[in-house]
Design a protein around this ligand. Structure first.
Ligand SMILES: [Ca+2]
Ligand SMILES: [Ca+2]
Ligand SMILES: [Ca+2]
Ligand SMILES: [Ca+2]
Length: 323
């Protein structure tokens, strides 16, 4: 009977906590230049909830040491900000975090070179009444599943690899992008689903506010302010990502291109419109005798290209321009 009561008590603690949702919200591991003091991890949950027995963890993904806990930050007595956000970073890099956000100021992210590994990694929120210990191996049998203490629950997890096929990501969500390993990842404001790949967009970053349009995820949002928002709410999913632009594809080649682009179509192409990543119309041309247009005057980057065919049909595709 005592055991049963303890079980019910534990279940109540966990279920009460799970009702007060806590999620990974935004991650920057590889800021441009020296990584310190600009790395950060942002969390989102029910405003005003005080956390206990929750750990923000980073697990190593390199196969030789997969499952090692590279970072474990206890969030005991942290109260989620009135705007639902917790910012884990350093005030050296981010002195202007809004007061509505709980600021977990850690000098870890200010050490030379930065603290968060840029390679194969899992970020996780773990509910555990037993401490999650840094440098311990939480996949001791190396089967790709975490061996957490008894009763521990993974609340949310997301990760990525450096391309090594033997890398291990825990929790089932592996973020990918057109090339390279993500520098940063952002959860859409309107998606509170844990363990969800579509909840996130990601990419490499030019600077603290701009993603590199050549290295982004397929669902990267068009027509939005897509920069990082440390300590502030992220953008919602506008519903228009690259995936939408290749849903009615047509052939255009070469793609990527640096100068000319030829559109292959069985019917006449009447008009070509090219939009930038922010949704601005940057080229609008009527085509007559040729199916080739010059795009070498546009800056390198990722664009949406839209063609109107004779008969009124409109098709869209993704276009990459390099120089
Ligand atoms: Ca780093
Ligand atoms: Ca295991
Ligand atoms: Ca291991
Ligand atoms: Ca944010």
């Amino acid at each position: 009977m005592a055991l049963r009561i303890i079980q019910i008590a534990c279940f109540t603690i966990i279920s009460t906590f799970l009702n007060a949702q806590l999620l990974l919200n935004e991650i920057l591991v590889n800021p441009p230049g020296s990584d310190n003091p600009f790395e950060f991890i942002e969390l989102r949950g029910t405003p005003g909830t005080t956390l206990n027995n929750v750990f923000l963890c980073v697990f190593e993904g390199d196969s030789a040491s997969a499952g090692n806990c590279d970072l474990s930050i206890p969030l005991n007595d942290v109260t989620i900000g009135s705007n639902g956000l917790i910012f884990v970073g350093t005030s050296i890099g981010y002195p202007n975090i809004p007061s509505e956000t709980y600021f977990k100021d850690t000098l870890l992210f200010a050490i030379p070179g930065g603290y968060l590994e840029n390679g194969s990694t899992t970020f996780a929120l773990v509910f555990s009444t037993v401490n999650i210990i840094e440098d311990a191996d939480y996949d001791f049998d190396n089967d790709g599943n975490l061996d957490l203490p008894q009763g521990a629950v993974l609340l949310d997890a997301v990760g990525w690899t450096n391309g090594d096929p033997y890398a291990v990501i825990y929790g089932g969500v592996v973020l990918t992008q057109s090339q390279g390993t993500p520098d940063a990842a952002v959860r859409f404001y309107d998606n509170m689903t844990p363990f969800s790949k579509p909840a996130w967009y990601n990419g490499d970053v030019f600077d603290l506010n701009t993603f590199d349009p050549l290295e982004i995820s397929d669902n990267f949002p068009f027509g939005e302010e897509t920069g990082l928002t440390p300590g502030n709410h992220n953008i919602p999913n506008g519903g228009v990502g690259f995936a939408d632009f290749i849903s009615a594809p047509f052939n255009c080649y070469p793609n990527p291109t640096k100068d000319f682009l030829t559109i292959s179509s069985e019917t006449n192409v009447e008009q070509v419109r090219i939009y930038s990543l922010t949704g601005s119309l940057v080229k609008n041309e009527n085509l007559f005798l040729t199916n080739t247009i010059f795009v070498g005057d546009l800056p390198a980057g990722c664009y949406s290209i839209e063609v109107s065919l004779n008969g009124g049909q409109i098709k869209k595709n993704k276009l990459i321009i390099y120089h």
